[in-house]
Design a binder for this molecule. Structure first.
Ligand code: ATP
Ligand code: MG
Length: 293
């Protein structure tokens, strides 16, 4: 199991996380946009090298989960941070409203099918955390989940607690079996979200991103924040830490995520598999065969 990087953004595993401690704006000492972009390039290169080792080593997989309010920048962060990785050993899966088929399964099924194999990096753009976020804000969604009556406690708080437990145990199981799990909450402020929505209306190339439903969802902002706080507090664990990333400044957000990913992979001591003496002896024979072809 990994030791999660201790950063100002690491959500403590002792349940002490409070929303007030999480910031949306960049800290004063943060690099400006230009410096952040330059620093990101360096991280992207390091990640390329680390991914090669991860793939060659073929013992661990890496799962990164991204959760955020709309327009926080999940897509662009994924694009920027992983722009240098080999697409053959990388996958992104986006989870939208569950299909009828998915609703006929337990809530960890659809993501489990999308987990990365050993040697690979997998990204979840939204995840089973929606089950304690959007579903908590809209408990009426539970109706479509076809749960037997005794699986839905009268006190819904009990249901969220049970789901946290399922999630924590699931991630622990993954970690024990070689999956490194990192979770990022891109913490955008309500004011910045408004600015970004307005830009989607103003800029023709961004019009397609505009979704009237997202504007309606803003009305539930306090309920979402409460759900995020509770979820992060209960599910940030040493084997699957959460990071609450300030998201109002995009270049800094991307750099912060990239640094955490790189630092984690570096701490894994990934090496190319070594060749033993017996095998090396065969190399000479193979070289001779090839040269005499
Ligand atoms: P973008 O808007 O950048 O394309 P997105 O992730 O917001 O990306 P959308 O299709 O806009 O994609 O939204 C997906 C919606 O599906 C979100 O509102 C999310 O809350 C919802 N969703 C995801 N998982 C679940 C779930 N398990 N139950 C109910 N709703 C879910
Ligand atoms: Mg959306």
């Amino acid at each position: 199991m990994i030791t999660p990087p201790q950063t100002p953004w690491t959500v403590p595993a002792d349940g002490s996380f409070r929303l007030e401690q999480a910031r949306c704006a960049p800290p004063d000492e943060a690099p400006g946009g230009k410096a952040a972009r330059k620093a990101l390039k360096k991280q992207v290169k390091r990640l390329d090298d680390l991914q090669r080792r991860l793939y060659a080593d073929d013992r661990h997989s890496v799962l990164m989960i991204f959760q955020a309010m709309d327009a926080a920048g999940k897509d662009s962060t994924i694009r920027a941070v992983f722009s240098g990785v080999n697409p053959a050993a990388f996958q992104v899966t986006s989870f939208k409203k569950p299909s009828a088929n998915e609703l006929d399964q337990d809530f960890l099924w659809r993501t489990t099918r999308a987990l990365p194999q050993r040697g690979r990096i997998g990204v979840f753009n939204r995840s089973y955390y929606e089950e304690v976020l959007v579903v908590r804000v809209h408990p009426e969604y539970l109706g479509a989940q076809k749960l037997p009556p005794d699986a839905v406690p009268g006190d819904l708080d009990e249901l969220w607690t049970q789901r946290y437990r399922s999630i924590v145990e699931h991630e622990r199981h993954l970690a024990r079996n070689g999956t490194v799990v990192l979770k990022f909450w891109l913490n955008v402020s309500r004011g910045e979200q408004k600015r970004r929505f307005l830009r989607r209306l103003d800029v023709p190339e961004k019009n397609w991103k505009f979704n009237a439903g997202d504007v309606a969802e803003r009305n539930h902002w306090p309920a979402y924040m409460a759900a995020y706080e509770d979820a992060l507090r209960h599910t940030s664990k040493p084997w699957a830490p959460w990071f609450a990333i300030p998201a109002d400044d995009k270049p800094l957000m991307r750099l912060t995520v990239a640094r955490i990913v790189v630092e984690t992979l570096e701490s894994m001591g990934l090496r190319y598999p070594e060749v033993g003496d017996a095998e090396r002896a065969r190399f000479d024979e193979m070289r001779r065969l090839l040269e005499n072809e």
